[in-house]
Ligand binder design. Structure first.
Ligand code: ATP
Length: 364
C-alpha cells in the first residue's frame, strides 16, 4: 500500500528543492501518494491566511508531511508559519543530524552529531510585548514588587517560558533517540549560570532524566562553551539536547560544520505526527535560479522514509547522495564555492538531482 505523505512545497527555493526531492524519492520505487498542499505568501489571497485549515487537516490525516521552507508574509498574525505548524501539532522534538560527507565542501571531516532542539517553548513561545505596551508597565511593577531591579520603561519584552514537562519530554526524547540509534553520549546545553530560573530548570530536569539512562553518558555544557567546543573539536560531541533558541542557533553552526545550510536535514516530531524539513529557510536571494542545493531536502526525505518504515530506500538515497558528493563533478554552487572559492563548474538543482537518481539506479 502506498504511503500517504503531505508535500508542502513552500516558497523561495522551496518548490525547486522539493521537486528535486520528490523525483529522487520516486526513483527509489517506494510507493508514495503525494498530497501536495500550498502554504505561505502564495495562498494569502485565496485563503486570507498563509496556513489554511485544509493544509492542517491534510497533515493531521496523513500524519506525515515533508515541506520546503515557507516564508511568513508580514502582517498576517503569524510570526512564523513554520513555528505555527510545529505548535499546532505539538511537534516538540526537532531532530537535526549533522554528518560529514566526503566532498561536502566543509573544513571538517568526520563530524557526526545530532541536534535535538525543543520546539515549542522558550523565546519562541511568541509571548512578546512591544515597547510602550500597557503590559510592559504592568510587568515593570511586578518586577519592582518582587524586589528585583526594574528594567527601563522604554523596554520591549519577550517572555521565555521553560517548563518541567517541556524539558522532561525533550530530554527523554534525546536519550531514547541515543539508545535507539546506538549513540554514546547526550550533552544538555544551557546557560544556567545566568538564567538560573529557566535554564536552571532545564538543567535540573536533564540531570534527573539522565539518571534513568545509565547506559548513555551524560554531560551538561554552557551554550557559549558548546559553540567554541563544536568549532574546535566536533568529535567531542554526539547527541546535543537544547532549549528552542539555542537549538536554532547551534543548528546553523552544526550545518556549517558539514558543508552549510544546503546540506542539513531535519524533522519535527510529535506524539503521532512528523513533519520533515531542511534546517535552512527560503533563501529568496537564490530562488527561481536552479542553483539551490537540494541535499538538505533530499536527506530530510530519507529521514521521512526511515520514519515510515522504508529504511532500505532511505539508505539507498543516503548512499547515492554520498556517492555524488564524493565523485565531485555534479555539485551545486554552494558546495563548489566552499571547495574552490568559486561556483564555476557547478551544476544546477535539477542536474544534481539527476546525478543522485543516476547513482541510485546504477546501484540497483
Ligand atoms: P530562516 O530565518 O527562515 O531560517 P535565514 O534568514 O536564516 O532563514 P536561509 O534562507 O536559511 O536564511 O538561508 C541563508 C542563506 O544561505 C541564503 O540566503 C542562501 O544564500 C544560503 N542557503 C540557504 N539554503 C540554501 C540551499 N539549500 N542551497 C544553497 N544556498 C542556501
Amino acid at each position: 500500500m502506498a504511503h500517504e505523505v503531505v508535500l508542502i512545497p513552500g516558497d523561495g527555493i522551496g518548490p525547486e528543492i522539493t521537486s528535486a526531492m520528490r523525483r529522487v524519492v520516486d526513483a527509489t520505487g517506494v510507493a508514495i501518494e503525494w498530497d501536495v498542499r500550498d502554504a505561505g505568501a502564495g495562498v494569502m489571497e485565496a485563503y486570507g491566511t498563509p496556513l489554511p485549515q485544509h493544509v492542517l487537516d491534510a497533515v493531521g490525516r496523513a500524519k506525515v508531511a515533508i515541506k520546503g521552507p515557507v516564508t511568513t508574509p508580514i502582517g498576517t498574525g503569524f510570526r512564523s508559519v513554520n513555528v505555527a505548524l510545529r505548535k499546532h501539532f505539538d511537534l516538540y522534538a526537532c531532530v537535526r543530524p549533522c554528518l560529514s560527507q566526503p566532498g561536502d565542501g566543509s573544513r571538517y571531516e568526520g563530524v557526526d552529531i545530532v541536534i535535538v532542539r525543543e520546539n515549542t517553548e522558550d523565546l519562541y513561545a511568541g509571548i512578546e510585548f512591544d515597547e510602550g505596551a500597557a503590559e510592559v508597565a504592568a510587568l515593570s511593577e511586578l518586577v519592582s514588587a518582587s524586589g528585583q531591579k526594574a528594567f527601563r520603561p522604554d523596554s520591549a519584552i519577550s517572555v521565555k517560558p521553560i517548563s518541567i514537562e517541556g524539558s522532561r519530554r525533550i530530554v527523554e526524547y534525546a536519550f531514547e533517540y541515543a539508545r535507539r540509534c546506538g549513540r554514546r553520549k547526550v550533552t544538555a546545553v544551557h546557560k544556567a549560570n545566568i538564567m538560573k530560573a529557566t535554564d536552571g530548570l532545564f538543567l535540573r530536569v536533564a540531570r534527573e532524566v539522565a539518571q534513568r539512562y545509565p547506559d548513555i553518558a551524560f554531560e551538561d555544557k554552557i551554550v557559549d562553551a558548546t559553540c567554541m567546543g563544536l568549532v574546535q573539536n566536533p568529535a567531542d560531541f554526539d547527541v546535543l539536547v537544547l532549549p528552542n533558541l539555542y537549538g536554532d542557533i547551534v543548528s546553523d553552526l552544526g550545518a556549517g560544520l558539514v558543508g552549510g545550510l544546503g546540506m542539513a536535514p531535519g524533522s519535527n516530531i510529535g506524539a503521532d505526527i512528523a513533519v520533515f524539513e531542511p534546517t535552512h529557510g527560503s533563501a529568496p536571494d537564490i530562488a527561481g535560479k536552479d542553483i539551490a542545493n537540494p541535499t538538505a531536502e533530499i536527506l530530510s526525505a530519507a529521514m521521512m522514509l526511515d520514519h515510515v518504515g522504508e529504511q532500505e530506500a532511505a539508505e539507498r538515497i543516503r548512499r547515492a547522495v554520498r556517492a555524488v558528493l564524493a565523485e565531485g563533478t555534479a555539485v551545486t554552487g554552494d558546495v563548489r564555492r566552499a571547495q574552490t572559492g568559486s561556483a564555476r563548474g557547478a551544476v544546477g538543482t535539477q542536474a544534481y538531482a539527476d546525478a543522485v537518481i543516476a547513482s541510485l539506479r546504477a546501484e540497483a
